[in-house]
Design a protein around this ligand. Structure first.
Ligand code: ZN
Length: 218
């Protein structure tokens, strides 16, 4: 069973489901030529896609264009459904940083056909997570930065202030669609700067200096 590891603690929570949000930063929507949505775009990853800092991201044989997407990740701490804004905020237990690895060539083909994004988003090693910092230890101000470096060079670096839908709004919206439970993760979308990774690349991501992860691509 995959778990979310709490920073500076021996506490680990079993991870139940991974809900991902697409199109939450305007400049990223523009770089892919998509329309700005009125509601967040929502999809799911399986827990079999999860790996941790220090693990290897494996290039699937059915893609030649795997992209990095660095994202703020929310760890949910209680069961909620149709929650209001305050209950949604209270349900966020901890924050992490994650990579939503995406097969852009496969995704573009699926989009053209109007098919779900499953094959482009759910492959093994497609969800990388850091440790999580408890909200009781650090209250997010939304002026923090998420960043991703490839081989030591910044590719993504943006303030969380640029999120169109803020964490509590995302939790509120997702809880109107499906029950959220303790141990669920929400990937909150990526800022601009997504690009292709190659075998041998070393990836490093962080949420300011709060949490971080390192991975190589094979
Ligand atoms: Zn994403």
């Amino acid at each position: 069973m995959k778990t979310a590891k709490i920073k500076n603690s021996n506490w680990e929570l079993p991870i139940r489901k991974i809900v991902c949000v697409g199109r939450n930063y305007v400049e990223h929507i523009q770089e892919l030529g998509n329309e700005v949505p009125e509601k967040p775009v929502v999809f799911i990853k399986p827990t079999s896609s999860l790996i941790y800092s220090g693990d290897k991201i494996i290039y699937p044989e059915f893609s030649q264009d795997m992209h990095h997407e660095v994202e703020l990740v929310l760890l949910i701490g209680r069961t909620i459904k149709n929650a209001d804004k305050q209950t949604s905020e209270d349900a966020i237990l901890a924050y992490g940083v994650g990579l939503d690895m995406t097969l852009r060539d496969v995704q573009n083909q699926l989009k053209q056909k109007g098919h779900p994004w499953t094959i482009a988003k759910c492959f093994d090693t497609s969800a990388v997570i850091s440790d999580f910092i408890l909200k009781s230890d650090y209250q997010l101000k939304l002026d923090e930065e998420i960043f991703l470096k490839v081989n030591g060079v910044f590719r993504q670096k943006d303030s969380l202030a640029k999120m169109m839908f803020k964490p509590a709004e995302l939790v509120e919206y997702v809880s109107s669609l499906m029950t959220l439970e303790e141990g669920d993760l929400i990937f909150t979308g990526t800022p601009k700067g997504v690009s292709k990774v190659n075998k041998g690349d070393k990836l490093e991501a962080g949420l300011s200096d709060l949490v971080s992860l390192n991975c190589s691509v094979e």
